[in-house]
Design a protein around this ligand. Structure first.
Ligand SMILES: C[S@@+](CC[C@H](N)C(=O)[O-])C[C@H]1O[C@@H](n2cnc3c(N)ncnc32)[C@H](O)[C@@H]1O
Ligand code: SF4
Length: 453
């Protein structure tokens, strides 16, 4: 095994690469894919297979300056009910286009901050889902929660909605960091939310934490992660702050001079990872940790880990329908993204049309490369024999890509034994970079991405 010097790590990280929550990645979506294509793909969905639903709520009652999500700050609740009415209408349109009522394995409310939704709005949404889709005993229902939204009365509403999993945003507990990202949130406030959710029977809790934020140091990150650990979440998502102010104007308020450099980011990630692993968490892919009894950890051990727009998942479904403004859906035939502008989204749905703005149809070659990249992101390895089984003779083309990858691999990050290509343990932190060697679409179109770690 070759040791990589810290300077080499920094130079490697100077090349930004995608996070590969899809392949092809979102910058390759185009407006040549619209309602007609989506309708055709929906009609082709097999009746016997379950699918998953992602519902996007693009509103928050505060704007955190680091935020990279599709959301906007609202000072009153008024815009939410008409938006949810459009969401319910989109659910009807989807059901009609599919032609039957599909069984749902997962329902995820994401955002933005779906934790803002009031009880009656959650009830109406649940009724709409129940009317047009089938939920069963094993359906997982999850919600993203900004603790500052909660007064204590919401827990009963989440229970009534059927929430089984929740993801709580923490980011960092250090006051100076919180001030620099406009995200005041105390440990006590967060602990009360954890207690409230567990009190109504939510059986799996995730906490989101960030490194690479302004003023973060190894010490402050260590302290925050220690505090996170005392809350005993089942999972922790430890993301590197993605600074993309050219896409997210709110990030222009982040003091850039206070951002840690690439080397400091690597060290912060390592410190956090060590604390979590010392606490019994298993590392899952590049940015998740889970207790060994959690279903994500079990899926990782059993080789069933998947990657989709929400990150790592144990959801086995081939189809994830995105509902709401800016939502992205993944179907066997391709990806679809809804209109990102809330007004346009609502107007299109009101006129009885699916609010698709862009997407991409997958070629056989895309499916092959998507398989390779998902395997690398989830298992750090892929084998030509498995690719040949699933993709036929097309898989033989990969040999030349592997040779190019090995030629590009100046640090022995990966090994190839003639059938299996795998990333060595010292290369796991560079998984995005290795995956990018198999991204043939990246060469087609330049796009700006965040740093690789
Ligand atoms: C929709 S938010 C979570 C729910 C809720 N709105 C909150 O903030 O608590 C999803 C997560 O994305 C992560 N995130 C947001 N912006 C990010 C960025 N620029 N870089 C990395 N992670 C980011 C944060 O960890 C955040 O908790
Ligand atoms: S981090 Fe969460 S609460 Fe903050 S602006 Fe983004 S979505 Fe809203």
């Amino acid at each position: 095994m070759k040791n990589i010097s810290e300077a080499e790590i920094v130079s490697r990280l100077s090349a930004p690469v995608p996070r590969y929550t899809s392949y092809p990645t979102a910058p390759h979506f185009h407006d040549g894919v619209g309602e007609a294509e989506y309708g055709k793909w929906l009609r082709q969905l097999p009746e016997h297979e379950g699918l998953s639903l992602y519902i996007h709520v693009p509103f928050c009652d505060r704007m955190c300056w680091f935020c990279g999500c599709h959301t906007k700050q609202i000072n009153r609740y008024d815009p939410i009910p008409p938006y949810l009415s459009a969401v319910r209408q989109e659910i009807v349109l989807l059901r009609d286009a599919i032609g039957f009522s599909p069984s749902l394995n997962r329902v995820h409310l994401g955002g933005g901050s779906p934790s803002m939704l009031r009880r009656d709005d959650l009830e109406r949404l649940r009724t709409s889902i129940d009317t047009h889709f089938h939920l069963h005993e094993g359906t997982e229902i999850s919600i993203e929660i900004d603790p500052s939204d909660l007064s204590g009365e919401e827990f009963a509403a989440y229970k009534a909605f059927g929430v089984t999993r929740a993801s709580i945003g923490v980011q960092d507990f250090d006051e100076r960091v919180q001030e620099a990202i406009n995200r005041p949130q105390t440990f006590m406030q967060t602990a009360a939310v954890v207690e409230g959710l567990r009190g109504v029977g939510v059986r799996s809790l995730n906490i989101d934490a960030l490194y690479g934020l302004p003023y973060q140091t190894e010490e402050t990150v260590a302290q925050s992660i220690e505090q996170v650990r005392t809350l005993e979440p089942d999972r922790v998502a430890l993301f590197g702050y993605a600074h993309v102010p050219w896409m997210k104007p709110n990030q222009k308020l982040i003091p850039e001079a206070a951002l840690p450099d690439a080397l400091a980011r690597v060290r912060q990630a390592n410190v956090a990872s060590d604390i979590l692993q010392d606490g019994g968490y298993l590392p899952i892919g590049m940015d998740h940790f889970a207790l060994p009894q959690d279903s994500l950890a079990i899926a990782a051990v059993e080789g069933r880990l998947r990657r989709n727009f929400q990150g790592y998942t144990d959801d086995p479904c081939a189809t994830l329908l995105g509902v709401g403004a800016s939502s992205i859906g993944h179907l066997p035939a391709g990806y679809i993204q809804n209109d990102t502008a809330t007004g346009n989204y609502m107007r299109t749905v009101a006129s009885g049309r699916l609010p698709v703005s862009r997407g991409i149809a997958l070629t056989d070659e895309d499916k092959l490369h998507a398989d390779i990249i998902e395997n690398l992101m989830c298992r750090y390895a892929f084998s030509i024999s498995a690719l040949r089984r699933d993709h036929g003779p097309l898989a033989d083309r990969i040999a030349s890509h592997i040779q190019d990858a090995l030629d590009a691999d100046a640090h022995d990050l990966a090994i190839f034994d003639g059938d299996t290509f795998w990333i060595q343990p010292h290369g796991h932190g560079f998984v995005r970079t290795v995956a990018s060697w198999f991204d043939t679409r990246m060469k087609e179109k330049a796009a700006r991405y965040s740093m690789a770690v």
